[in-house]
Design a protein around this ligand. Sequence first.
Ligand code: SDX
Length: 392
Amino acid sequence: LTGAITLDPGYKNSGSCKSAITFLDGEEGILRYRGYSIEELAENSNFLEVAYLIIFGELPTQDQIEKFETDIRKHTLVNEEMKNIIDGFPKNAHPMGVLSSLTCALTAFNPGVVNVENDEKMYEAICKTMGKFLVIATWTYRKAKGYPLNYYDNTKPYVDNFLRLMFELPTGPYTINKTVLNAIDKLFILHADHEQNCSTSTVRMVGSSHAGLFASISSGVSALWGPLHGGANQAVLEMLEEIEKDGGDADKYLAKAKDKNDPFRLMGFGHRVYKNFDPRARIIKKAADEVLAELGVNDPILKIAKDLEEKALKDEYFVARNLYPNVDFYSGIIYRALGIPTEMFTVMFAIGRLPGWIAQWKEMRVNKEPIGRPRQVYVGEPLRSFKKMNER
Ligand code: SDX
């Protein structure tokens, strides 16, 4: 496993950290995993190879990636009793809430994933998480649809399995569409890590108390669920559908987004770090054009999205605040064209982000970082004496 980073003596984890995984330059719109640009990886690599790179620090040789895939396959069976847990949820439960619960529940059936005191235990926990998380993530969709839960097929590649686990029905074999497969693989690569975003910081924080990997990932799923974070890809589609239903008037919604008295925000726009174009949004926008053309999908939502983007990029309010499309603005349009239901969009984000969460958690543990303990600036009352009830 990649060596530890030496921490400054007396380093205390106050929420910020040193990391060797992802480099992000918000001004220049640069994103690199372990030194490789996101553009090159999206063009030339595949999701499992990128997962290996992010987790172990180097692009794998043929033997290394084959061994990684073989070792993941040792853990793709999820304990049958987990089905009793998923059966306890109502069908309309949001998949992210079900996924967070199931992920934490995995600890009950895999107690060894808590103590990763050596490289071997750490590696096993990583392979277990990569194997089982994909399966339970697709179970959230199958449960919502009332379909039987599928099993991972150890004779097929990782992302092929995602499509089969999601869409294969007992009534007949599922045929993989190469355009869909390549688009999903590329989207997972683009979501794989993103430095210390809200959910990744949560995974590191929870893991810093030496809570297990499943429990830490489960907390990351909950943080990602929020509409200001990973939940934005679902919120973007809901926003575009609302605009379409309301006659497709982009100007009206841009005005709402600028109105301080209106809670409406342009979902999929703005970013805490990118004060320029989100490099992922550029790649996803190009992929959206290609995928919809190849699938022959003529989605009016895409036209509304482009109209909204074009107008916002010329609007003083958005320009002055460096508000550009982010990773979530176009991803939902592709997912919709690929037949992924809206409520599963953030689960897609979670599947893509899993290697990043694992890598960041491993880095924090290998570096033996202290428990996270952010400090605060106290702005409350000065010392005062207790008042009896009749004095209040
Ligand atoms: C992700 O951190 C990561 O790396 C996250 C992520 C990842 O890969 O992990 O990249 C994934 O979470 C992407 C972001 C997805 N979220 C959305 O698309 C939701 C919509 N965006 C906003 O909620 C907002 O832009 C945030 C939350 C993304 C960023 O918020 P900031 O940086 O804290 O910006 P801010 O709230 O301080 O806003 C600055 C100004 C404000 O106006 P003023 O008070 O200065 O007049 O910009 C305005 C805001 O009102 N503003 C928006 C806006 N986003 C900010 N106005 C309208 N629409 C928006 N989307």
